[in-house]
Design a protein around this ligand. Structure first.
Ligand SMILES: [Zn+2]
Ligand SMILES: [Zn+2]
Length: 242
């Protein structure tokens, strides 16, 4: 069955159910509280975006070239990373609302902000996968915030959404204090991917925040190990330098 022809309908259903959620969360600007819009133009205009000259693999500022020295030395298995904004002020507040305050209705407008960035990245992807939470965190939070960003991206791209191909076996610790060897061990084996579902596919991984990159590296590694043909990474925000 060609499921792609149902995508416009699925997208519509998705949007209608998102609008139903507004009953619980009346739409208001995350920055100034203005009603009727999640990100008003004024707040969006002032919010911290990334500069255009960034490393294609970690998003850190880069004077010239494509990949920073740190990524060239220790290359991730994913081919490219894009982050929409900096994890600060407006965008940090948006992530907090989505993640810790159960404002899941914010997922669609946040996802929509990411769409042009993904459309212009020049990536060819076959499926969209959210970074999963570990079982314990999922139980505590009750939902995976990355799902609310990733599913609208899949519908927008008209590509299959595969929320169950990755399993998170353990949390990945912050990389900064680790030696290169410890980093390898830290990243390896934190996720498990289902070869039946990813073999030969180019996967777009989606998460809310890119911090040290350890999580993205680890999830990408699991997908490649399971036979994925390529991995790209998109996040709503990125912690650290402009
Ligand atoms: Zn505003
Ligand atoms: Zn880099």
């Amino acid at each position: 069955m060609d499921t792609a022809r149902y995508y416009p309908l699925l997208e519509k259903i998705d949007q209608v159910s998102w609008q139903a959620l507004n009953w619980f969360f009346p739409t208001a600007c995350v920055g100034c509280g203005k009603e009727g819009i999640s990100f008003c133009p004024e707040c969006l205009g002032q919010a911290p975006r990334q500069s255009l000259d960034v490393c294609a693999l970690c998003g850190d500022p880069l004077p010239k070239g494509r990949v920073c020295p740190a990524c060239a030395r220790n290359k991730p298995t994913y081919r490219g990373l894009r982050a929409y904004g900096l994890y600060d002020s407006l965008f940090k507040e948006a992530v907090h609302q989505l993640k810790y305050h159960r404002n899941t209705a914010l997922g669609l407008p946040m996802s929509q902000l990411m769409w042009p960035m993904i459309d212009t990245a020049g990536w060819v992807v076959d499926a969209v996968v959210p970074i999963p939470l570990g079982a314990e965190k999922l139980r505590q939070r009750g939902y995976n915030q990355a799902h609310f960003l990733a599913r609208p991206i899949a519908l927008h791209l008209r590509k299959p959404y595969l929320p169950n191909v990755l399993i998170r076996l353990r949390e990945v610790t912050t990389q900064t204090q680790l030696t290169a060897e410890q980093r390898e061990a830290n990243v390896r084996g934190a996720f498990l991917a289902d070869p039946k579902l990813v073999l030969g596919k180019k996967i777009l991984l989606v998460d809310d925040v890119f911090t040290t990159g350890a999580t993205m590296r680890s999830a990408s590694e699991a997908l490649i190990q399971a036979g994925a043909a390529g991995v790209y990474a998109a996040t709503f925000a990125k912690a650290g330098k402009a």
